[in-house]
Design a protein around this ligand. Structure first.
Ligand code: GLC
Length: 583
């Protein structure tokens, strides 16, 4: 068992601790947290980290069963380190019937045998820490699997002590659910239980019954889960669907909106099942819990908040809730629009809560950017542009495995092939999320180097032959090389690491341009041509307290004709990217 108290002596560790003590702001450094230079600075590590999401089924299979696993992830840590990743978030790998591929958990404190053992997990954490990388777990508090012993007990009788751990209600009449609430995955959010004659509530799939967060025993059990993984060296949690923890106890019907959704149900507003104020009490309790651990564990929340006003609430009025709420507004612009991105970046800049923004464009629920933002002609170039946007604002960036290669969405073509329950219910309007979950593309060997199995759990996309780590590692113009370069610029240049974000050329309808600047170092200019046309741009920077008169190119795609540019008439070809130091 991994001990929080064990020590890992190393000369580097000793040196950094001394350094921190001398500087007067030493953190108490717990042994099972990595020691990074960032820890010796005032900022918590997650403010400057590059976080990389791993879908464990699809990253690396080490035992040839066609499904990825923990030892597979461990074997690829050097690749991630070399890419510049600071922390990995692994989506659920707990025991699960896999109806929702791990988001239906049957035991929160074990590892599903198909992914390995707890000892494998401990080894992953310790190998990550050796490389100064952290591991973030997925915590799914809203619902369990219907096979979780808690639910099996709960459904066994109306008098069972765990009955109230879930949401059970009487129907409105024979065959009629308690109200009109709908599941995010289609149809009624209530399922009738024949044996006890009541309905249970599930925001997601039928096999994912919602826990009753008004019950203190549930809260305690779920907080114990957090402690369990912190004790095993987790550096924080990505919290699944937290805005859905509470429902209206009076069961008001949700308002019906015009039209129908992909599942054929009437559109509704999830007014009484989403974002209830009680969520914030829980978030505060969780924050206190993680704060009681050393090493600045982080909370990342999935909460697709519709406006910036809603998003800022997740930080907490006293910055006492979530450190990194995911920004779904930025993720979901879904078209290359300089004015729209500028507007969203402005909203973040001018909002009254100075919480750290958290950006992502890809994840396991979303079509990949390569095709979502690609125009069908310049997709590789657009992938580089999106990488620059992700990695050069002051937001903490989150990547998703394979985006650094230009992996694309490979959607099933026949319903028989679909694995994701969303795709099976929503077919053909919603084909589900298999397309963004295909195996990682490592090389040109069998199964793209992902596995040695004759059949992998999802097929290897045809694009793997051209877009894979081995091929791209040899191509200086590859998307992979571009990601590496931008990530290393973030570390090298204080302005990119710490600098304020300042929008420039605000009226340009095609080019999104901004400065990152700090008082004591050269400002960095980022310019992204979000159009297919050549744009000639002049930058007027003097009003922003920047004195430099020329641009030293740090990275451009495609390459600029010269490494030094003036501030006038800079040419940016279709979807061209420029990152330059203002000298
Ligand atoms: C989150 C997960 C998604 C899952 C759902 C239900 O949205 O990201 O993959 O299906 O929660 O747990």
């Amino acid at each position: 068992m991994f001990s929080r108290k064990a020590t890992h002596p190393s000369h580097l560790r000793l040196f950094l601790l001394l350094l921190a003590l001398v500087a007067g702001f030493a953190h108490t450094q717990e042994a099972n947290q990595p020691v990074s230079v960032e820890n010796t600075l005032r900022d918590p590590w997650w403010k400057h980290a590059v976080i990389y999401e791993i879908y464990p089924r699809s990253f690396q299979d080490s035992n040839g069963d066609g499904v990825g696993d923990i030892n597979g992830i461990t074997s690829r840590l050097d690749y991630l380190k070399n890419l510049g990743v600071d922390a990995i978030w692994i989506t659920p790998m707990y025991p699960s019937p896999q109806v929702d591929f791990g988001y239906d958990i049957a035991d929160y404190e074990k590892i599903d045998p198909q992914y390995g053992t707890l000892a494998d997990f401990d080894r992953l954490v310790s190998e990550a820490h050796k490389r100064d990388m952290r591991v973030i777990m997925d915590w799914v508090p809203n619902h369990t699997s219907d096979q979780h012993p808690w639910f099996l007990e709960s459904r066994s009788s109306r008098n069972n002590p765990k009955r109230d751990w879930y949401i059970w209600r009487d129907g409105k009449g024979p065959g009629k659910p308690p109200n009109n609430w709908q599941s995010w995955f289609g149809h009624s959010a209530w399922t009738y239980d024949q044996k006890t004659g009541q309905w249970y509530y599930h925001y997601f799939y039928v096999q994912q019954p919602d826990l009753n967060w008004r019950n203190p025993e549930v809260r305690k059990a779920m907080y114990d889960v957090l402690r369990f993984w912190l004790d095993h060296g987790a550096s924080g949690f990505r919290m699944d669907a937290v805005s859905r923890l509470f429902e209206d106890p009076n069961l008001h019907d949700d308002p019906i909106l015009p039209g129908k959704n992909a599942f054929g149900d009437p559109n509704i507003q999830h007014k009484y099942t989403d974002d209830l104020p009680e969520v914030h009490d829980v978030l505060r309790e969780i924050r206190q819990l993680v704060n009681s651990y050393p090493g600045n564990p982080v909370l990342i929340s999935e909460a697709d908040e519709p406006t910036i006003q809603d998003l800022v609430k997740i930080y907490g009025v006293n910055d006492d809730e979530v450190q990194l709420p995911m920004d779904f507004q930025v993720a979901d612009v879904n078209k290359l629009s300089a004015p729209r991105f500028r507007e969203l970046l402005d909203q973040i800049e001018f909002n009254p809560v100075a919480g750290q923004p958290y950006f992502f464009f890809n994840n396991h629920d979303q079509a990949r950017t390569w095709d979502r933002y690609g125009d069908g002609v310049h997709n590789d170039q657009i992938a580089k542009l999106m990488a620059t946007l992700l990695l050069t604002t002051h937001a903490t960036p989150q990547m998703y495995y394979g985006e650094e290669l230009g992996m694309r969405t490979t959607t099933p073509t026949r319903i028989e092939e679909v694995k994701d329950p969303v795709g099976r219910t929503g077919w053909p309007k919603d084909k589900g999320r298999d397309g963004e979950r295909t195996p990682m593309q490592w090389d040109n060997s069998k199964d793209a180097g992902f596995s040695s199995a004759d059949e992998t759990w999802l097929p290897i996309p045809p694009s793997a032959a051209e877009y894979n780590v081995a091929v791209e590692a040899h191509d200086p113009d590859s998307i992979l090389h571009f990601y590496k370069r931008v990530i290393s610029l973030r570390r090298e240049f204080p302005a990119l690491r710490d600098g304020a974000y300042v929008a420039v050329n605000r009226d340009d309808p095609n080019v999104l341009a901004y400065l990152r600047k700090t008082p004591n170092s050269a400002a960095v200019l980022v310019a992204l041509n979000m159009s297919a046309q050549l744009q000639t741009v002049s930058f007027k920077l003097s009003g922003f307290g920047v004195t430099g008169k020329s641009l030293e190119v740090l990275l451009a795609s495609p390459k600029q004709a010269s490494a030094q540019l003036g501030l006038e008439n800079v040419q940016l070809v279709s979807f061209g990217v420029l990152i330059a130091s203002v000298k």
